[in-house]
Design a protein around this ligand. Structure first.
Ligand SMILES: [Fe+2]
Length: 211
């Protein structure tokens, strides 16, 4: 129920408790990328992180479309996955504040879980669903593709085989986890297809990411 003055009241099904949330952020039954962007702009301040999140969200959207999943949900998951990165300085805690914010704003449990599981190494939240594996793989492959595109000064015409080759060179974009990229196969998605879709996704936002 919209009470005006930017606040909305809704009832928790289970407890029938009333909670007041800013209507601008609450996704409600009509979760949308537009509302997610408002939350994103509130918490993500650094330009590098903005670009990274844009890349991951676009890869997630393309993947979901290719694999018959909910494209808007996956895009939102990618956009918001590093929501606390600019202010949570403890890597071991990364994701926890994001989860809190998303829960307070009514985001669905599967998005919150995927985001926690992208820091499985520290939080111990195991990746289980397709969306979990896709987020973790997209988080990493975006760095690899970006580094390779920088090297050749263009993101156009990148062949998936070249990215596969760079995956074998440990010194290249060393911070990128090859294991987390390869784990996309645990979601039933072939690594070759994943890389191909990820390249196309990043090419679609070439100008926005500086190419
Ligand atoms: Fe990330």
């Amino acid at each position: 129920m919209n009470l005006g003055c930017g606040l909305v009241v809704y009832w928790n099904d289970a407890a029938l408790t009333r909670r007041r949330l800013p209507v601008r952020f609450w996704p409600g039954p009509f979760m949308s990328i537009e509302k997610a962007k408002l939350l994103f702009e509130k918490y993500v301040t650094s330009s590098e992180l903005k670009l990274h999140c844009k890349e991951v969200s676009t890869i997630m959207k393309f993947l979901a479309k290719d694999f018959g999943e909910d494209a808007e949900k996956w895009e939102i998951c990618g956009l918001l996955h590093d929501l606390d990165f600019d202010f949570e300085k403890r890597p071991a805690e990364h994701g926890k504040k994001t989860a809190e914010i998303l829960k307070q704003n009514g985001y669905p449990a599967d998005i919150v879980y995927a985001i926690l599981s992208h820091n499985e190494d520290n939080l111990g939240v195991k990746r289980k669903s397709k969306m979990d594996f896709a987020l973790s793989a997209a988080d990493n492959v975006s760095g690899l593709i970006y580094a390779y595109a920088l090297l050749r000064k263009s993101i156009e015409g990148i062949e998936p085989a070249k990215i596969r080759k760079r995956m074998k060179e440990k010194a290249f974009a060393a911070a990128v986890s090859r294991e987390k990229i390869s784990d996309i196969e645990k979601a039933g998605i072939s690594l070759d297809k994943f890389i191909e879709v990820s390249i196309k996704a990043m090419q679609s936002i070439a100008k926005e990411i500086g190419f």
